[in-house]
Structures are given as structure tokens and as C-alpha cells.
Design a binder for this molecule. Structure first.
Ligand code: HEC
Length: 145
């Protein structure tokens, strides 16, 4: 190799590097899109699940709870509450309806939201949906969330 770093050498490094990283970018984009396909269960997003997500947002459930790790740490993780409650939307509905349970010292209680039956069924369907999302690392790591 010559001692001098010529303009044409610099140009080759520039073009070669650009091509290399552009190809790497394409390969990683392809890899990501394949990985997303494996986790995707968007067919499970029904009208009811969409309404449930709205109920979830309007009532700011995430202000106290986490959902698949995101949110507040005041109340239990709900990404897998459907599994924790024995794969039962009725149990989730019953729980939300029965709050608050006061008078247990040291226990935090969830407020009453006065949701309609339709909203209760929808938010339970939404929590069932979240429990079926295939997260990359099987999050939450255990049944307690
Ligand atoms: C003000 C804070 C707060 C908000 C907002 C809140 N929760 Fe809760 N939630 C709690 C607390 C505290 C508990 C656990 C204690 C209890 O038994 O009430 C809980 C428990 C639950 C549980 C049972 C979890 C378990 O593993 O036992 C479900 C299901 C639930 N909440 C759903 C919801 C939904 C749906 C919303 C929105 C409509 C919501 N929560 C909004 C505080 C909150």
C-alpha cells in the first residue's frame, strides 16, 4: 500500500462504507420484519378489544398499573392478569365491579369506576388480548407479574 492516502482512496472508503452499511441496514430491516410477523396477533384485535383499549385509556388504568412492564408501580401488572385469574374474563369483570374493598390495613384498594356492562366486557377482552401477545422474552416473567 502506498504511503499517501489519496483522494481516490478516500472516495473508495466513502462509497464502500456507504454500500456496506446500506446493505446491513436492509438486512436488519428484513430481519426485524420477520421477527414481528412471528409475534403478531393483530387478527385478535376485534371491535370489542379496541373498545376495551379505549376504556383502559379514558380511565387511566395505567396511572396505577403496568401493562407488559410499562406504566405505574402502584398496583399489580395486568399484562397477564387474564392468566392469573384462571383464564377468565368473568373473574376480571367481577373483580373490577367489586372494588373498592376498604378496611384491610396496609392494603391498597382500587377505586370503583362505574363501568357499564359493555365497557367491563370490553376491558376484560382487552386484558385477555394483552395476555396473548407473544412478547420476545415471555414478559411478565412470572404469574404474579
Ligand atoms: C387509583 C389506582 C388504580 C387505578 C386507576 C386502577 N386500578 Fe386496578 N387496582 C388498583 C389496586 C391498588 C389493585 C390491587 C388491590 C385491590 O385489590 O384493589 C388493583 C387491582 C386490579 C386488578 C386485579 C389484579 C390482581 O392481580 O389482583 C385488575 C384486573 C384491575 N385492577 C383492573 C383495572 C382496570 C381495568 C383499571 C382501569 C379501568 C384499573 N384497574 C385502574 C389500583 C388501581
Amino acid at each position: 500500500m502506498s504511503e499517501v492516502f489519496t483522494k481516490s482512496m478516500a472516495r473508495n472508503v466513502y462509497y464502500g462504507g456507504s454500500v456496506f452499511f446500506f446493505l446491513l441496514f436492509l438486512a436488519l430491516t428484513f430481519d426485524t420484519s420477520q421477527a414481528i410477523k412471528k409475534t403478531d396477533n393483530r387478527d385478535a384485535i376485534t371491535e370489542q378489544v379496541a373498545l376495551g383499549k379505549k376504556v383502559w385509556e379514558v380511565n387511566n388504568c395505567i396511572g396505577c398499573h403496568t401493562l407488559l412492564g410499562e406504566g405505574a408501580y402502584f398496583a399489580p401488572e395486568l399484562g397477564n392478569v387474564y392468566t392469573r385469574f384462571g383464564n377468565s374474563t368473568e373473574a376480571i369483570i367481577g373483580f373490577i365491579k367489586s372494588r373498592p374493598v376498604d378496611g384491610i390495613p396496609g392494603r391498597r384498594s382500587m377505586p370503583q369506576f362505574n363501568l357499564s356492562d359493555e365497557e367491563l366486557e370490553a376491558v376484560a377482552a382487552f386484558l385477555k388480548y394483552t395476555s396473548e401477545i407473544k412478547t420476545a422474552r415471555d414478559w411478565p416473567p412470572n404469574i404474579q407479574g
